[in-house]
Design a protein around this ligand. Sequence first.
Ligand SMILES: *Cc1c(COP(=O)(O)O)cnc(C)c1O
Length: 425
Amino acid sequence: MNPSDFEFDKQHIWHPYTSLISALPCIGVVEAQGVELVLHDGKRLIDGMSSWWSTIHGYNHPRLNQAAKDQIDRMSHVMFGGITHPSAIALSRRLVEMTAQPLDRVFISDSGSVAVEVALKMAIQYWVAQERPEKSQMLTIEHGYHGDTFAAMSVCDPINGMHELFNTVLHQQLFAKAPQIGFDQTWQDSDIAPLEALFEEHHHQAAAIILEPIVQGAGGMRMYHPNYLKAVRELCDKYDVLLICDEIATGFGRTGKLFAYEHSEIVPDILCVGKALTGGYMSLAATITTQAIGEMICKTKAGVFMHGPTFMGNPLACAVANESLLMLQENNWQSQVANIEQRLKLHFKPFSALPQVNNVRVLGAIGVIELHNPVDMESIQAAFVAQGIWIRPFGKLVYIMPQYIISNEELERLCSGMYNVISRL
Ligand SMILES: *Cc1c(COP(=O)(O)O)cnc(C)c1O
């Protein structure tokens, strides 16, 4: 990559949530291997982001590469309408096995946002089938993030640009104050009171509640108490509202449980997964529900569930996902994630003493440093790169969610690079 490539990029290519007028510089990555990104100038960075929660087995893994190659030599894609294929069947079998009973009806889609759209449509269609079309609104909590498409946006935290900007077209959903009691703190029933009040007042018009179980990701990297989710399940049962768990970030072991809802020993009615599903190789997601809900949905006049993406069940993505989930089980993710958690807690201790730092929290393979002030993206990104690490903060949050295969030594380098940058802010 030469300077004109970077110049072209800057002028012509949009990156996530960036300006075309004042774009911050991008680094050029030409290769990636294990936990390392290889830059165009040969420099190597330890990746602390797992490319947004997804590359849990590391980059360029021979088994995932082979799964992709085997599948591409047979069939890269085939339409899913009226056609099925071994990769989708194998993947769905595995998803049914891994998730709690009675979750066993799988809708495969192409991205997390679409999986959320599908979940919301399922919930609405479920109530239409029961001749209760007035139950069409969504309950949710503040600080959530569920994707960038319109219905997904409508249930994202309302205090950000997306709601303000798209206010005239977004569905008006019903928000409760987010849980305040942290994962490790002492539970008090008062934490659920705002949501309980919302259920009481609005359950007649509520199709479902959607939330990220235990860890709220892009809306604030918040980790809340398992009793909160338990109480949500009870409210859903009491008031006849479906529970949608968005595990697109938390799924597949990230929080120390295979799915974060297991911390609360509950089962959602609808589950969304994505991100780590293919080990970060390509975009794939799924929405999983129960037989009872799935069959009810199909009792509307339409007779079918009204959704079907062109690339639904893409064989290439399904084959890689299938191999990734197999590796997850074989690699003993429990001990990988428990080891990362233990070491993150150790390495993050010195951060608590820094005056710049407001809060330090760790759960599973997720480590969050919350600062008092928002970071300056351009300078902090350059500082991290100079330390040989890749971390992409937002606002006051500097956080990492490393690959499960990271070595103790690499994790230490990642954390000490992070400390060098934050302590000098
Ligand atoms: C990333 C994310 C999404 C959206 O997934 P995309 O693949 O980016 O569309 C939805 N929900 C949660 C919790 C996420 O972290």
